[in-house]
Ligand binder design. Structure first.
Ligand code: 2P0
Length: 350
């Protein structure tokens, strides 16, 4: 029996203008546009293999070697439904195409980064799932089109369909057809920019992003100010800073946006805390390091781990300073260019 198979990898992305809040929770439509930097996937990626065969009696999924239920995962079901519907349309138009849409599939997905790196895997994971399905089904879609499907797996996943600097345009339409990822500049644009990932804690976060952001939408007046008065202008400024490779401007916008994201978490009722004392110490160290001119930027997502962006020439010094204050196990201290991969460092809890 013929087995059809595709294998793909997809990268991790770290937002510099954060996504936080949905206006539609089932289609995953955000309350604001966002922008991220994609880390090189030679070092950090999800890898997915999907097989389709008439021999398979049901759809099955393995994540990092452990079988998971598909029917209980609405988001995964949505990605499968959307891609199969597109394949069904293609098969209806061209009878010579193999009938793949009706076959059961087996999905095997794994991350090459250690769990201890504290990176969210849903972005690279869903981007990879959707891209691999598109390859298996030979879908005639570009990466922006595919991002609309990946978005329905996890919002931040839509931005992992591109390398480099990627905006997620929130869109306006109720059906989500204009809420998609757009490439701002590719991964070759700013090779001097590097990222260092500081692992403060690898513990699972207390409040999931999905639950946390909806509590924020429901309860935080500050979020309303952020989405109306701050993010639209910040998106424009950030795109200009990236295009001009203006590091001090990029860095200030990145740090301000991280600060405001954590402020809206604190403004949520009851409040959500993602940073801890070590996270706040890292902010103080980077602030002190920047006192005579901005040489590094911190950003924190829905957890205590820091990502530091800096020009290549400053990275060894930043690494030495952080290692001095937070000596600990180091996963990988190679300070390669961002386009060649992020550096991953580990910092102890206290
Ligand atoms: C971001 N985060 O822009 C922001 C910054 C966390 C803080 O995207 O519910 O895991 O799957 O759409 O994508 C985390 O949210 O949430 C996130 P869902 P997701 O990267």
């Amino acid at each position: 029996m013929t087995v059809f198979e595709a294998t793909c990898t997809a990268p991790v992305n770290i937002a510099v203008v954060k996504y936080w809040g949905k206006r539609d929770t089932s289609l995953i439509l955000p309350t604001n546009s966002s922008l991220s930097v994609t880390l090189n996937q030679d070092q950090l990626h999800s890898k997915t293999t999907i097989r389709a065969s008439a021999d398979f009696t049901s759809d099955r999924l393995w994540l990092n070697g452990i079988e998971e239920s598909i029917p209980s995962n609405n988001r995964l079901v949505a990605c499968l439904r959307e891609t199969r519907a597109l394949r069904t349309e293609m098969e209806a138009k061209d009878s010579a195409l193999p009938k793949l849409a009706q076959l059961n599939i087996h999905i095997c997905s794994e991350n090459n980064f250690p769990t201890a790196a504290g990176l969210a895997s849903s972005a690279s994971g869903y981007a990879c799932l959707v891209y691999t399905l598109s390859q298996l089904f030979q879908l005639p879609l570009d990466h922006s089109d595919l991002s609309i499907v990946a978005r329905q797996g996890s919002g931040s996943a839509c931005r992992s369909l591109f390398g480099g600097f990627v905006a997620w345009d929130m869109g306006e339409k109720a059906d989500g057809s204009d809420s998609k990822a757009v490439l701002i500049e590719d991964e070759k644009h700013w090779p001097d920019l590097q990222a260092l990932i500081c692992v403060v804690s690898d513990a699972k976060k207390g409040t999931s992003s999905t639950a946390g952001m909806q509590l924020t939408v429901k309860t935080s007046p500050l979020l309303q100010h952020r989405i109306k008065d701050v993010v639209p202008k910040r998106m424009e400024d950030m795109i200009a800073a990236i295009k001009e490779k203006d590091f001090p401007r990029f860095a200030e916008l990145t740090m301000r946006d991280s600060n405001q994201f954590h402020a809206v978490c604190l403004d949520t009722y009851p409040p959500i805390f993602y940073m801890n004392d070590i996270s706040r110490s890292i902010i103080r160290i980077i602030t002190e390091y920047n006192k005579d001119g901005v040489k590094a930027a911190y950003t924190f997502d829905a957890g205590p781990n820091a990502v530091i962006y800096a020009p290549k020439e400053n990275m060894a010094e930043i690494y030495a300073i952080l290692s001095h204050y937070f000596p600990g196990h180091v996963f990988d201290d190679s300070l390669s260019l961002l386009k060649d991969g992020a550096s991953v460092a580990a910092l102890p809890e206290n």
